[in-house]
Design a protein around this ligand. Sequence first.
Ligand code: UDX
Length: 439
Amino acid sequence: MKLTVIGCGYLGATHAAAMAELGHQVLGLDIDPDKVTALSQGRALFYEPNLDPLLAKHTATGRLRFTASYPEAAAFADLHFIGVGTPQKPGEMAYDLTHLFAAVRQLAPRLRGPAVIVGKSTVPVGTAPQVIDILREFAPAGDQVEVCWNPEFLRESHAVEDTLHPDRIVMGFTSENTRAEKVLRQAYGKIIEAGTPTIVTDLATAELVKSAANAFLATKISFINAMAEVCETAGADVQLLAEALGHDIRIGRRGLRPGLGFGGGCLPKDIRGFMARAGELGVDQALTFLREVDAINNRRRERMVDLAFEQCDGVIKGKRITVWGAAFKPDTDDIRDSPALAVAQALHQRGATVTVFDPKAMDNARKAHPQLEYADHPAAAAQNTDLLLHLTEWPEFTSIDPGSLAARVAAPRVIDGRNTLDPVRWRAAGWTYRALGRP
Ligand code: UDX
């Protein structure tokens, strides 16, 4: 099939490459010329495991191309996936849908015949009818342009795998859709034939599945982090607690890792956008618990700062503090709402000299936080430090020998914000080891 993917960020670039891998002819569109240039050369402007090889493979054969031109995209195909970003509005909880509506407005006047528009961006429930309104107003083909919604559940750092082998496909249609389901099933043919559960819904349900999924995932993380708060005062160990809870298959172990909490471009903004939309719909009470989920998550960052004070005997000003990790999670260079950088920044503001190391996110961190210090190796970042904070659980950090590191630091004190360093090993090497939610 021939298809376009409009918006080539984390979601769109991965989707475009994956659709080419499934055998389709794909044209990706982005309004950022730097992105188009890089993607056309077979590389993304961000780090995502296995994505560049896939981009390189399919740009080389010509099956995958990129452009900044809407006329070219409209002429190329009758199937258009929209994956533009829907960030949080500055200073508000709600989504900023400017890019989405702008993309549809650009595409609409160029749609002269039957076409299928597939929304993939994460949106508040009730957005798809607004997309339909724009198309009805501006598309010459009128109601021959069908709109459906097909949310994307990929995780950064597993984006390629999640796109090619999703755990489910959700497709939302209107009763007026006549071709959309057939076309979308054809596009995902190989994935559906592999036995992937495929759930067909109305538009509103499809939009809501994504909001509900992210709300649940965020709640699960904040649940275990709330237990960590209780453990801290009760003298219990949240790591063992999580393990014991996770064996109950109704609870499950995945997404139950206690620590510094969630960040990134999705969970924080999606729970806030969901609450804002519930407010508009007059059902805000149904989601007030998400306010608590957000608050628990933010309290983890504050608790880490408090623990740093404790470990530095109440004086942070003038101390040298090392932060291992800048990305919001391992295997990405994404620093959006990174818990690690939030803590680094808070300690810097309180007068510490904070030196950061991250295996992939250094450039992004430097740009966003030029006031912090950076080192090019985990051990170099810890040279003469008064306190080491382990805030993003890259495997590089777990494998470091705490014995030789102890000889480099001013004081062998570590706080493990992700519960992945081995306390027995670190203590045996002479370190004072502290963690969130553990004695
Ligand atoms: C998330 C959803 O998982 C994905 O389905 C959706 O499409 C987009 O949002 P992502 O933001 O890439 O994906 O990351 P995820 O792996 O879910 O992690 C989010 C954050 O939660 C990270 O900061 C991670 O460190 C943290 N986390 C995750 C925990 O603190 N504990 C856990 O058990 C799991």
